[in-house]
Design a protein around this ligand. Structure first.
Ligand code: PAF
Length: 272
């Protein structure tokens, strides 16, 4: 496995003859990332993974300094997973002064996650635009767990006529049902037990839908009942274009939850 930190060196090392699968990450790799890498390997000649804790997607006072960094373990994981190139840039390799800006859309980028973290998605789109331009992959792989991020990236690729296929990959769960996330390491044993209310609420929603209950208010109320007493950021039931709906439509609905376990904000969702 080659480790490259310079964007221009990375560009030069990729031959245009081969298909390139790209998995952008912020490190602290877990099974969820491995699922992305595995799919990228199955579908491409070469796999590039980036590890870059992107400062522009953290707001002032967020956990940028405390964000889990496991560089040595991550390098080993990538090498064992058969990654061809690990892109490992510094902040200076990626950002310059007085840059041309990329902004999240005013509505879709400022609801749900964007409502409590205004500007977060501008930082995500800005770095993803850069990473996609550096790697110029055939396909790029993103987890469905970050459903709003995935939606906005797909929108950017479409609206800016970018030449890459975005591949959504299913969420990987621990055996207790909790969605894998780099931030799970912050959870105490008790907080983790409380956090299991999140997959439980999503499971209850899927049971209701399978019994024919499609009304959004009824599903939301049941979910809020199960999530109590967790501090809930939102329970949203949307169509796959992220529009509010009154009724679940199978094949075109996503149910999103954000809740706090202790001080840790956890996201999860269900694609119906
Ligand atoms: O999902 C993440 O890990 C990050 O938001 C991403 C897409 C790598 C951009 O920094």
């Amino acid at each position: 496995m080659k480790i490259i930190s310079n964007p221009l060196e990375l560009k030069a090392s990729l031959s245009s003859q081969k298909s390139v699968g790209f998995v952008p990450t912020m490190g602290a790799l877990h099974e969820g990332h491995l699922a992305l890498i595995k799919k990228a390997k199955e579908e491409n000649d070469i796999v590039v993974v980036s590890i870059f804790v992107n400062p522009t997607q953290f707001l002032a006072g967020e956990d940028l300094d405390k964000y889990p960094r496991k560089d040595d373990a991550d390098k080993k994981i990538c090498s064992l997973a058969g990654v061809d190139i690990l892109f490992f840039p510094s902040v200076e390799d990626i950002y310059g002064d007085d840059e041309v800006q990329v902004y999240a859309p005013n509505v879709r980028g400022y609801v749900l996650e964007g409502a409590t973290r205004p500007g977060h998605f501008s930082g995500v789109l800005r770095v993803v635009m850069k990473l996609l331009n550096i790697v110029t992959p055939t396909k790029a792989y993103f987890g469905k767990k970050d459903a709003q991020q995935l939606h906005l990236i797909m929108l950017m690729v479409k609206q800016y006529f970018m030449n890459v296929e975005i591949v959504p990959v299913d969420t990987v769960r621990d055996s207790d049902g909790l969605a894998q996330s780099s931030r799970n390491v912050y959870l105490s044993k008790k907080e983790r037990e409380e956090a299991l209310k999140i997959p439980a609420a999503l499971y209850a929603a899927s049971k209701l839908v399978s019994k024919g209950v499609l009304n959004v208010d009824a599903i939301q109320n049941k979910m809020l009942e199960i999530l109590s007493p967790l501090e809930v950021g939102y329970v949203a039931i949307l169509d796959r274009d992220f529009n509010v709906v009154k009724s679940v439509e199978i094949g075109n609905t996503v149910i999103l939850v954000e809740a706090l376990a202790g001080k840790t904000r956890l996201l999860d969702n269900l694609w119906l």
